[in-house]
Ligand binder design. Structure first.
Ligand code: ZN
Length: 530
């Protein structure tokens, strides 16, 4: 078993960074997990844990040693356009799950790796003083001075919520770096696998699992919303995408069954969850996040009063305090969500593993990866040479996929009279709205009121009842080619006797995108269930 370590540069656009094929994110090491090797050596669990921590820091110091000199004196690097630049790379962000965050920052497990909140004060409505690199190093230095034995050192450090197992953190000599600041929010583990997982558990307690399942099953099918036809409680292992779909419908299932206060408490957490995933932020949207966090902080006592959790000293809930500052420092959370790296894991670790004969695995995997890197560098070189010899311009890189809509060649309802459409397809005032719509395309449009008096030059239309399209993935979603279907089926149709009309949110101008609506159509669908 081994942990992969990936490295990327902060100034590469995130759309490129998350695509393994672009190689903007490179695997620099596999860290050994020595717990396997230490089995049967007679060491205690704590001693094994301590050695694991020291081995991690020793390995990382070795791997990242070139960063110290490069950060101080600079290094020459070739940029994308071929120019050689004098670059001063510094360690800015470190993305990891909570146990690794504590390991990296030398924080005692269970405390906050970013501030001085102890395990018992994580529920506080404000974060404590920030941990700084100097503060942590001082605690270690003081403990070293005052301790005569390893055990004394361990206990002194741990009493101040600093790891007592590490003597020399790997980040000690990095210039312009504060390791506690580099620890970034983690939407996948903190919000979905932490906050949402707890929220679902609490809802099952409040409603009983049976009642929640019944409500989930009763939801009508709608575009973009997964229908859990057997409810939640039957799921034994819940995947990341499943948890996202559960979060979409959770709030709607609570209405009428929990108090208004409990509803707004859950509402504030869900608001925070979705706001934290905006692909762009400004002062307004960050203020929305603050507002959602404040509502949660002011009403979370309800969770304890309802007996859902004894104290709410949960590290993943405490981490919400540090999101806004990290977004201000390092950009939106899709820049450093660990979900991105989980995809790399499939490419770099699992595929590599499959290519081996499983004997003496590490040298073989390193060989496999370095050969793949060389082949792809040579491919890039050939592409570049080709484009230079053919004198063609470089193609501009497109980060977003054009949205494609697909519609059947033949309509299910051919040449339907407008009056029939209004009646049978539940579209009252269809011709009126059609006139307004067509009017908006004119060079000199008249007022909508006037447009109503014009006669349409046709009285029949072909009617389609569905179209398919490929939505833009949210940046933390996979790059798989997902297709969604929007249906508008009239009543008394053979397969849908009650009819089905999917809600659709249409973006009419670019302004909508700046509020983070792009790709967020799922959320707006679930509003209809509230
Ligand atoms: Zn904290």
């Amino acid at each position: 078993m081994a942990y992969p370590v990936y490295l990327t540069l902060g100034n590469i656009p995130k759309a490129l960074r998350r695509k393994p094929s672009k190689q903007a994110c490179v695997l620099i090491a596999y860290l050994p997990v020595e717990t396997d090797l230490l089995k049967g050596t007679g060491l205690s669990q704590q001693q094994i844990g301590s050695r694991h921590q020291r081995l991690f820091h020793d390995a990382m110091r070795h791997i990242l040693a070139p960063l110290i000199d490069a950060g101080k004196n600079g290094i020459h690097m070739t940029a994308g356009n071929g120019e050689v630049c004098h670059v001063f790379p510094i360690l800015a962000c470190y993305s990891a799950d909570f146990p690794e965050q504590c390991l990296v920052a030398c924080a005692k497990y269970g405390t906050c790796p970013k501030c001085q909140s102890s395990a018992k004060s994580l529920n506080s409505s404000t974060p404590s003083l920030p941990r700084t690199q100097q503060w942590t190093l001082n605690v270690m230095a003081e403990a070293q001075k005052s301790s005569k034995t390893i055990n004394q050192y361990y206990n002194t450090c741990m009493s101040q919520d600093v790891s007592g197992s590490v003597y020399e953190p790997f980040w000690k000599d990095f210039p312009y770096t504060d390791i506690h600041t580099t620890i970034t929010p983690d939407v996948l583990h903190q919000l979905y696998q932490g906050v949402i997982a707890n929220l679902i558990d609490w809802c099952q307690v409040l409603l009983t699992p049976k009642e929640l399942d019944a409500r989930v099953r009763a939801l009508p099918p709608a575009f973009g919303v997964r229908h859990f036809k057997n409810g939640f409680s039957i799921l034994s292992q819940i995947s990341g995408p499943e948890r996202k779909h559960m979060a979409h419908i959770l709030l709607g299932c609570l209405v009428g069954k929990v108090s208004g206060k409990a509803l707004s408490t859950f509402h504030s957490l869900l608001d925070f969850l979705y706001l934290a995933q905006y692909k762009a932020h400004d002062d307004d949207t960050l203020a929305y996040m603050e507002e959602a966090l404040r509502t949660w902080q002011n009403s979370k006592h309800l969770i304890i009063e309802l007996g859902l959790h004894p104290d709410l000293n949960i590290p993943k809930f405490h981490s919400l305090h540090h999101y806004i500052q990290s977004i201000k420092f390092f950009g939106t959370t899709d820049n450093y969500n660990t979900e991105m790296f989980e995809h790399f894991h499939i490419d770099f670790a699992k595929e590599g593993w499959r290519a081996l004969n499983k004997r003496d695995a590490f040298p073989q995997m390193v060989n496999w990866l370095s050969r793949r890197e060389k082949i792809s560098m040579f491919d890039n070189y050939l592409d570049r040479m080709d484009s230079m010899t053919s004198n063609s311009q470089f193609e501009p890189v497109s980060f977003t996929k054009p949205q494609s809509c697909f519609i059947a060649k033949d309509p299910p309802y051919l040449r339907r009279p407008l009056s029939t459409i209004e009646e049978k397809h539940d579209a009252p005032n269809f011709s009126r709205h059609l006139k307004e719509f067509l009017n908006s395309f004119l060079e000199n449009p008249t007022t909508n009121r006037n447009a109503h008096y014009y006669q349409l030059p046709f009285d029949r239309l072909d009617v389609w009842t569905q179209f398919k399209f490929q939505p833009n993935n949210l940046s933390d979603d996979s790059d798989s080619e997902e297709t969604d279907t929007v249906k508008a089926i009239p009543k008394n149709s053979p397969h849908e006797p009650n009819g089905r009309f999917d809600p659709v949110v249409v973006l009419r101008s670019d302004e909508a995108e700046s509020t983070g609506m792009e790709g967020m159509i799922y959320i707006f669908n679930s509003i209809l269930f509230y």
